[in-house]
Design a protein around this ligand. Sequence first.
Ligand code: AMP
Ligand code: GLY
Length: 430
Amino acid sequence: MNVLIVGGGGREHALAWKLSQSRKVTALYAAPGNPGMEDVACRVPLQTSGEGIDKIVEFAVKESVGLVVVGPEGPLALGLADRLAGRGILCFGPGAKGARLESSKIYAKEFMDRHHIPTPAWRSFSALDEAKRCLSDLPDAPVVVKADGLAQGKGVIVAKNRAEALSAAEKIMDGRFGEAGRKILVEECLVGEEISLLSFADGKTLIPMLPVQDHKQIGEGDTGPNTGGMGTYAPVSAFSAETARTVEETILRPLRTALRSGEFDYRGCLYIGLMLTSEGPRVIEFNVRFGDPETQALMPLLDSDLFEIMHACAAGRLEEARPPEWRDESAVCVVMASQGYPGEYSVGRVITERPVAEELARDSWVFHAGTSRDARGGLTTAGGRVLGVTARGKTLETALKRVYARVDSIDFREKTYRRDIAYRELTRRS
Ligand code: AMP
Ligand code: GLY
């Protein structure tokens, strides 16, 4: 079957790498893809917003694509999956209705309340003075203020006190996020380990993948501003067998019932952002796509044929497919970024890589995120997050040794990365 991947980041590179290993995939296309994907997919210069959506559908029809895998949330919120369904093409990724679980945080909260899925207490506001009045009535304690809509990861402010919460509400509602910031959510602030639990969904059921932990902040020791994610590791021991049972009972079971309720037909990856609190696991967010860089750590651990699973999800036949199998190993992804990210940074820096020992090359991968080719075909930086260097090992320690050895072989001016990925796991064990 011909398969088209929509997107061009590290997540899509990792998905393409894994899909390309399936004997059932005849041709693999990536729109727009990135230079790193050229080894495994044929790049198609199409955009993933505006008119690009029509062009993606046209391309899929013309090239007899049987399955479209959508990486980012944007095209899903714009209804790409619905448009493909209209042309009889299977899509891994929900329609616009299901995508609201990510594109409207208020919708997601109402959905969770309706289906008794545990989530922090919340209130929503569409007027600033109303939000301010409520915040003034609440105790002077930490709260989280969130823009309702998609705000490129910048619409969430964890406020330490009332003053910070008031200014967060003002900031989000001052128009900088456009429609996304027209409504806000004020949420109870939870404390605990954050886990990304991604799952395969086919409209009726849902199968969780391995638990992953992302390091969202730019600075070591989880300090400084939030980013799209600076590194991940899987699996995570904080997600114990007992926690898994509680999550199954209190979150996954009601979620399956919710998926069957007919509100929408959810086929794709449902990313459940969990906080493990002293009172039990709580859902702090849904994403309607794979995580980035969670995917880079997960794909090298997946032992099954990704195409078969994705196709089963898109066809609504996950229960008939072989259940996903995972290697009993660890994986770590370290994001190499441009200095200044998540603020301003320079691009166009030449990327070089020293050859590495065959042994290391076998168990490590360099997934591209923000890269491009210069006129002579050389590789240059083109974004904040540049590369997702990933390694696998029988133990976390081995995976860590390998990943940093691979990182050391790569150079570009003003590179930056965290040297402490997975430190929480190492602390937990010591
Ligand atoms: P979100 O986009 O909703 O995942 O929020 C971004 C980040 O803000 C999360 O990854 C958490 O670190 C933090 N966060 C969101 N909601 C809460 C909450 N209710 N309590 C504590 N931290 C939160
Ligand atoms: N790594 C966080 C996300 O993909 O949303």
